[in-house]
Design a protein around this ligand. Sequence first.
Ligand code: PLP
Length: 477
Amino acid sequence: MKAGVSFLSDSRIVSRALDRFRRRAVRRDGPVVSQPPIENLIRDLDLEGYARRGGLTGRGLARFLDRYLDSCTWLHHPGYMAHQVAAPHSSGALASLVDGFTNNAMAIYEMGPPAAAIEFWVLNWMIAKVGWVPMPYPREAGPALLHAGGVLTHGGSLANLTALLAARSRVAPDAWDRGTPPDLALLVPSESHYSIARAAGILGLGSAAVTPLETDAAGRVIPDRVRGAIRRVRESGRRPMALVANACSTALGLFDRLREIGAACREEGVWLHVDGAHGASALLSEGTRALLDGVELADSLVWDAHKLMRTPTLCAAVLVRDARDLDGAFKQEASYLFHDKAQPGVDFIHRTVECTKSGLGLRFFAVLAALGEQGLAAYVERQFGLAREAHRWISGLPDFECPAAPQANILCFRLSAASDEAQIAARDALISEGSFHLSTAEVGGRRYLRASFMSPETTMDDVRRMIERVRRAAGGA
Ligand SMILES: Cc1ncc(COP(=O)(O)O)c(C=O)c1O
């Protein structure tokens, strides 16, 4: 009974603190980012004391939260433009609380029927956006019905690994038992996220198996060169395991031309993996969907909800056009989990690296159900539109340059006359004053400042102020 009372009063304390935190962030009433020394944080949060005596509740909890939130990176702040992490919608955050408390580790149906049902529904919702055949309910599944499949994972990196594992099982079905054959090659554009190279390492392909695809100056795959690249791999006595395309790339946010690349892969019988961790959310809006034109030709797609769909970290989807490819990716014996059983739902455990798995679908579904598809689509359009407008304005300034026109909500720029070190120093200065949080990226061997417009509160006025701060930090004004 007492525990219930403190849960109710403590959750009021937590929600009040978080509501204030969000309102302060939106009003810019505090630094967007602050990085106190780690030893100060450990001391100020009294970690030792609480660990020894317990009792983090009531007023103590309120004080602790104030200190904690003050030093957080404020993703709802209009000056937040750094990494591709959502400024989460409050409904998604509440869903994380529900998931945390119910703790339904739903990779097997009996450990969380509603969480599993939501994951199944969310996957089918995404599959429909791609244009593939959705998964039937288990009792309707006929053996002959070819349909797509998927699973939600804790992050896009794990999703990329899972997709490439499925690709390996198609090309080398006995790799699970005999190990990864030494003749497999993975064709990858240089601008791919590092999790692709990591997946190649984890799969035992070796970095020598990662074969670069020809790209233009902005790092986009040149579709006309894809067939030649595949043939050269074959002529060298190797088998292409998969070809990776970006939708969109991490540094510049540019989309590869999926229809032409997909047609080449189909013709050559090569698995096309589309890394849409960031950009697949463009499928939500008629205005941006064309960026992924041809995505249905892919064999696998990764799509993160915790990037462009306002969902708290983490919720990533790995989707495959043919569910059998994912079902064949893992082969495991675990008599206490994997056995024939009559059940009215589905298990996901045979499709994922993870055994204990959070109810990830609930986090995203809560946001979708709060904003509706139209609301989410409007958010994506707004953020992409802001990047376009910022580009128009910044590329017109005499002292700045941009390496490419943005296609998503990511924009790179630099002070033309300043060195690479000066770009990094400008970012550091903005972080120290707590006004704006930018990241940086190397493009064509030069260091650029990089803005990822994630906060729905960021406007062109913020962009103008940010540029002014960059100028001042570099001593240019
Ligand atoms: C294109 C791309 N793929 C994969 C990832 C990795 O996703 P996660 O951070 O969810 O592991 C990222 C992260 O920024 C990305 O931009």
